[in-house]
Design a protein around this ligand. Structure first.
Ligand SMILES: [Zn+2]
Length: 89
């Protein structure tokens, strides 16, 4: 994925992937909506995964357009930092 730099799995050396799970549309008030998803990083090989963070992006319901990218959300940055942080660093 563009701009995403994930280290290999600390346990098995497998390839890791960023996962978005259980996406849902949430109403935040009058005509304010956001799209939310659980974000985690998971090893494709041994299936070890990080804790889950909640990512959200505002949604313009009239245009059906997201106001940003999920990849830019705080949760994604947090989960990538979490995954890439190693005990010996
Ligand atoms: Zn693994």
């Amino acid at each position: 994925m563009e701009g995403i730099d994930l280290k290999s799995c600390p346990f098995c050396g497998g390839e890791a992937e960023l996962r978005f799970e259980d996406p849902k549309l949430c109403a935040d008030g009058f005509r304010q909506y956001s799209l939310r998803a659980n974000v985690c990083v998971k090893c494709k090989n041994c299936h070890f995964k990080t804790e889950t963070y909640i990512g959200f992006v505002d949604l313009n319901i009239e245009k059906m357009e997201l106001a940003g990218s999920f990849l830019e959300s705080r949760a994604v940055k947090q989960v990538i930092n979490r995954w890439n942080r190693r005990a010996n660093e």
